[in-house]
Design a protein around this ligand. Structure first.
Ligand code: COD
Ligand code: ZN
Ligand code: ZN
Length: 380
């Protein structure tokens, strides 16, 4: 029996309040309105930012909410006015939209889109659909959306500017990582740092994002890639993906930036921070070389903490840059990244430590928080 135009009852993981576990509930998902698409999510990764969003120290979260921003699925139905999608299309929801019309979309200088309206606090943005209402209810309560994607639900509704069609042959339980972690780290190296052949790099934090940055440095031809993490269990995969020197700051008496500066003739060309720790952001800037060193910040510190930078570092030619979704214009780039994966240009499979049934979502968060997984992919 067709579900088109009807409310769908399905399972979703709801975060009822900050700091609580997810509870699997039956939710009602309303049909898509104008310029919206209802998507059957097949697989979703679990990213550190989902944990940030429900952390009690992150003050801007709205509850109850359906999180998840690293998913892949199949179009179930389309709302009025949708022309680019049809039922059965394989798709990736995009937390970074691309409307194609705003001043940012029209500029080659940025991948931001004004449809992420509150750019300053983008993680908590798009808690509702563009018309200011929710498509999710549970136990008579309205449930908030998250980042315009809400992939922790068997069915979700997204705006057409936050969705892209991908290759019909793509394995959704792998390419879902292109929806966030992989693209963010890989793009930080390629698009934002613009790592050059023969250059030296340092990547801080070897989660899914940092390891993807290592892959981006390697594919750009870096000759030396320092990979830094306080969890030494991350090192074997980092080496497999291209790291040449793996360092644990806890193994040294000196600050890690001094260690790297000494090991690499006054510092590296590029440093990429993939943790969201302000002290490490400073270390990343400090370990770059005087003259032209570039530090790229990927992480966002919870609680609105800020970084202090000595102007002297900048006067000495060091640069700070940062990136959101790896600098990729999402609708233009995600299908190409999927094709590149299919052509074996990079190794997403290595990032998937566990594939678990959706109901194990709390286990997936435990594995991430215990440092035992790069990515866990949940399948419906
Ligand atoms: N020194 C070295 N390594 C550290 C330190 C430290 N002080 N603290 C933690 N680490 C290591 C951990 O052991 C871990 O291996 C790694 O850093 C972090 O990995 P994960 O798996 O926790 O995180 P990722 O890779 O999923 O995500 C990292 C982000 C930086 C993207 C994320 O945390 C973040 O800040 N997101 C907000 C910015 C953003 O772009 N959001 C959009 C969607 S993600
Ligand atoms: Zn993410
Ligand atoms: Zn736009």
């Amino acid at each position: 029996m067709s579900t088109v135009g009807k409310v769908i009852k399905c399972k979703a993981a709801i975060a009822w309040e900050a700091g609580s576990l997810f509870s699997i509930e039956e939710v009602e998902v309303a049909p898509p309105k104008e310029h919206e698409i209802r998507v059957k999510i097949v697989a979703t990764g679990v990213c550190r930012s989902d944990a940030h969003a429900i952390s009690p120290s992150f003050k801007e979260g709205l509850f109850p909410v359906i999180l998840g921003h690293e998913g892949a699925g199949i179009v179930e139905s389309t709302g009025p006015g949708v022309t680019k999608f049809k039922p059965g299309d394989k798709v990736i929801p995009l937390y970074m939209p691309q409307c194609g019309q705003c001043k940012f979309c029209l500029s080659p200088k940025t991948n931001l889109c004004e449809k992420i309206s509150k750019i300053k606090t983008a993680i908590s943005d798009q808690d509702l659909m563009p018309d200011g209402t929710s498509r999710f209810t549970c136990k008579g309560k309205q449930i908030y959306h998250f980042m315009g994607t809400s992939t922790f639900s068997e069915y979700t509704v997204v705006a057409e500017t936050s969705l892209v069609k991908i290759d019909d042959a793509a394995p959704l339980e792998k390419v879902c990582l292109i929806g966030c972690g992989f693209s963010t780290g890989y793009g930080a190296a390629i698009n934002t740092a613009k790592v050059e052949p023969g250059s030296t790099c340092a990547v801080f934090g070897l989660g899914g994002v940092g390891l993807s940055a290592v892959m981006g440095c390697k594919v750009s031809g870096a000759s030396r890639i320092f990979a830094i993490d306080i969890n030494k269990d991350k090192f074997s995969l980092a080496k497999e993906l291209g790291a040449t020197d793996c360092l644990n700051p806890q193994d040294f008496k000196k600050p890690i930036q001094e260690v790297i500066t000494e090991m690499n003739d006054g510092g590296v060309d590029f440093a990429i921070e993939c943790i969201g720790n302000i002290a490490v952001m400073n270390a990343a800037l400090e370990c770059t070389t005087v003259g032209w060193g570039t530090c790229v910040i990927v992480g966002v510190a919870v609680g609105g903490q800020t970084i202090a930078v000595s102007p002297m570092q900048l006067i000495m030619g060091k640069k700070i840059n940062a990136t959101f979704f790896g600098g990729w214009k999402s609708i233009d780039s995600v299908p190409k990244l999927v094709s590149d994966y299919m052509a074996k240009k990079f190794n997403l499979d290595a990032l998937v430590t566990y594939t678990l049934p959706f109901e194990k979502i709390n286990k997936a968060f435990d594995l991430m928080c215990e440092g035992k997984s790069t990515r866990t992919v949940l399948v419906f």
